[in-house]
Design a protein around this ligand. Structure first.
Ligand SMILES: [Zn+2]
Length: 85
């Protein structure tokens, strides 16, 4: 079950938020319940925070870059023959 981060839509309003939702808090919810935007404790409106976990960086490895980095780039010529580019 994924964990979502929420915070009250009015954290500065003590009448419309409680001790928990006044600051970011985490809730483990199923995907279909993730959009329920009320605090489970006080029932006041909350909003979902964008996850702060950064997606893994995809590194694209180009042969040009490899060559400039001093690697010898071998081209697969088929039949197991590798040729220097
Ligand atoms: Zn609350």
């Amino acid at each position: 079950m994924p964990t979502y981060e929420y915070i009250s839509t009015t954290p500065e309003d003590k009448g419309k938020s409680c001790y928990t939702c006044r600051k970011p808090f985490e809730l483990r919810r199923t995907m279909d319940r993730a959009q329920e935007l009320t605090c489970p404790l006080c029932g006041n409106p909350i909003k979902k925070l964008i996850s702060q976990v950064a997606p893994p960086q995809r590194t694209t490895f180009s042969s040009t870059k490899a060559k400039s980095s001093g690697f010898t780039v071998l081209k697969n010529m088929g039949d197991g023959v590798l040729e220097k580019e």
